[in-house]
Each structure stands twice: as structure tokens, then as C-alpha cells.
Ligand binder design. Sequence first.
Ligand code: UDP
Length: 240
Amino acid sequence: MSEMRYGRVLLKLSGEALMGERSYGIDPAVPERLAAEIKPVWEAGVQVAVVVGGGNIFRGLSGAAAGMDRAQGDNMGMLATVINSLSLQDCFEKAGMDCRVMSAIEMRQVAEPYIRRRAIRHLEKGRITIFAAGTGNPYFTTDTAAALRACEIGAEVLMKATNVDGIYDADPKTHPDARRFDQISYREVLSRDLKVMDATATALCHDNHMPIMVFDINRPGVFLSAVRGESVGTTVVEED
Ligand code: UDP
């Protein structure tokens, strides 16, 4: 524990991260690999909360673009996050880690309802706690759910795991000369409209002094390095 910088962290995984090489759904090898990434951190006694998106299955905005009622589509998106959360729970448990799923939409047969104090208790008891169903409200994203839950449970940092190794001043896929920031302020993320997290999530972190770390989850050992406080990817912090 001593070499760990953080004692309680919230890890945000996008739904798309679970697809692996597929174009839809879950590649079972990915949650297995994520379990192996998280295990050394968990074994070191760090309290790990997880929020996973649902974009590998359904996004409300895509439904709305196809003519569906937005709130209806968002409800479908939130249910997609529950499917992903259960998949992660299965892999975490198979890897020998205690894990609970708490859902913002009540469905007691498959997951506990989200109750903040109970969530903190689970974390204190060393259970990986997955927050499913986003915020429970349409018109939000799971990035905002991650920011909200990180604040509520008193996480020291929100770790956003992506497929890119940090925040760049332009899209590194289309701009080979794009520059990566080691550190950047919330204000700059918002004013430059850098697509790290949506503006609601970034503003919530800013208002509540929640640092955000952004890194590439495909790099083996990156989560452990991040929790040790090593410089991985980009950190979003207050301006001086
Ligand atoms: N969603 C929602 N409210 C929330 C969180 C998510 O309505 O609080 C819906 C929304 O339709 C979103 C979908 O769930 O598109 C999946 O979440 P998200 O797009 O954030 O997943 P990710 O991009 O991380 O895979």
C-alpha cells in the first residue's frame, strides 16, 4: 500500500473498450484482461470503484438520430451499461476479487440499488464496486456519472481509461504532429473544446477539485502505474 499514491480511485472505462477488435458487444478477452490490470492494485489494498459506459451496445444519441425518442434511447443506453457491468463483475470474481454492482436504476434481481453510504462501505471492505446505469437520468453520459460518483464516494482521482495515451491538442489519429499534454487545466480543456470528457463531466470535476487522469488502458500495467502516481498520459488539474 505504501508505494501507492492513491487510496481510493474511480476508474472510468468506455463501453467501446470492451469490444476489443469486434464492432459490437463484448470481446470476452477484454474484461479478463481488465481484471488482470486491476488485480495488483486491488491486492495492494487500494479501493477501486468502476464506471463503465454502454457505447459498445447502444447510445441514446444514435437512437435519437434514427428517429427514436431521446429519453427512451438513453434508457436503453443505461441498460447497456448494466450488461457491461455484469460482464466485468463476472470476470473480476473469476479473477478472485470481491465485487459488487450497484445500479442507479433499480433492478434488485441483478444488482444492488445505488446507495452512497453502502457503496463506501463496500469499498472500505475491499470490494470492487461497479456503478451501473449511469446517473439513472437520460440526457447524461457515463463520463458525468463517473465524475458524480467519484465526488460522492470521495475518490481522490477520476481515472479515465481510453484508447489514446492522453490528451492532445489535436486528434493524433489524423494529426501526426499533435502534441500531448502532461498536464492541462480544466479551463483549457473546456475552452479548447478538447474531447476528453463531455463538458458537464469536466465542469463537475472542476467545481469539486477532482483531478482527472487520462491514459491508454491498452498499455499493460498502466493502471498500476497511474495509482502509484507515476506520470502516465495526461492529468487535468487546477490552473496555478
Ligand atoms: N446514459 C444516460 N444517462 C447517464 C449515462 C448514460 O442516458 O447518466 C445513456 C446515454 O444514452 C449514453 C449511453 O447511456 O449514450 C451509454 O453511455 P456512454 O455513451 O456514456 O458510454 P461510453 O461512451 O462510455 O461507452
